[in-house]
Design a protein around this ligand. Structure first.
Ligand code: PGA
Length: 250
């Protein structure tokens, strides 16, 4: 059985003081969660959040990582730097990084390899654009993005990676994939992993849904057999809303 994982992606929101306030409110409300709980926060908030989650079931995540160990990469952060700040999870290949910052499947893969090597758990984001879905490319896109993103990892390493299926048209738009659409596409991703790495790997890897997931739609999505959690943007910025998502089964 796969343990569900629900992660907040704060994006470019929250100063350290605001982060401390949000996480301090969140921690007592989610202490009995049955899923893994992660908050992926801006790097300036690492210290405040690390302190606020210490000794709790809430884990610290980052929103990106560079693939080099160190060097002349102005503005970037290495996997070892994230580890040293208490980070355990890292979002990689988010559609906003692909769309606005020119990230490619190649660099996404390099980031995944660097994260795994450093002992971080990647949340590898894949998903189709609106016109790709309308033209029936969804399955090809998510299979390709998943397999190229994981390329170079062993089956055992893939088991520990989290994949986030995020249809780009559903991110921050209020549009949400139907429970069936999300379940079906996540099944396609799992099938691609099975063909390459075998069933014991595809049965183990956790695949989240992301895109306008909120307290109102979480139950339906989480009742689908293929969906192992969520990557939550807007609804992770308020403690009561994120709590309602995390405690979906209570
Ligand atoms: P959203 O963002 O929940 O605000 O749609 C999801 C994401 O980008 O991970």
């Amino acid at each position: 059985m796969r343990k569900p994982i629900i992660a907040g992606n704060w994006k470019m929101n929250k100063t350290p003081d605001e982060a401390r306030e949000l996480v301090s409110a969140l921690v007592p409300m989610v202490k009995d969660a049955d899923c893994d709980v992660v908050v992926c926060v801006p790097a300036v908030d690492f210290a405040a959040v690390k302190e606020a989650v210490a000794g709790t079931n809430v884990k610290l995540g980052a929103q990106n990582v560079h693939f080099a160990k160190s060097g002349a990469y102005t503005g970037e952060l290495s996997a070892d730097m994230l580890k040293a700040c208490g980070v355990e999870y890292v979002v990689i290949g988010h559609s906003e990084r692909r769309q606005y910052f020119g990230e490619t499947d190649k660099t996404v893969n390099q980031r995944v390899l660097a994260a795994v090597e450093a002992g971080l758990i990647p949340l590898l984001c894949v998903g189709e654009l609106k016109d790709e879905r309308e033209n029936s490319y969804t399955n090809a896109i998510v299979e390709y993005q998943t397999l190229i993103g994981l390329n170079g990892l062993s089956g055992d390493q893939v088991k520990d990676v989290v994949v986030a299926y995020e249809p780009v048209w559903a991110i921050g738009t209020g549009l949400v994939a139907t429970d069936e659409q999300a379940n079906e596409t996540i099944g396609v991703i799992r099938g691609a992993i099975e063909r390459k790495y075998g069933k014991n790997v595809s049965d183990a890897v956790r695949i989240q849904y992301g895109g306008s997931m909120n307290p109102g739609n979480v139950k339906g999505l989480m009742s689908q057999p293929e969906i192992d959690g969520g990557l939550i943007g807007g609804a992770s910025l308020k403690a009561p809303d994120f709590t309602a998502v995390v405690m979906y089964n209570k």
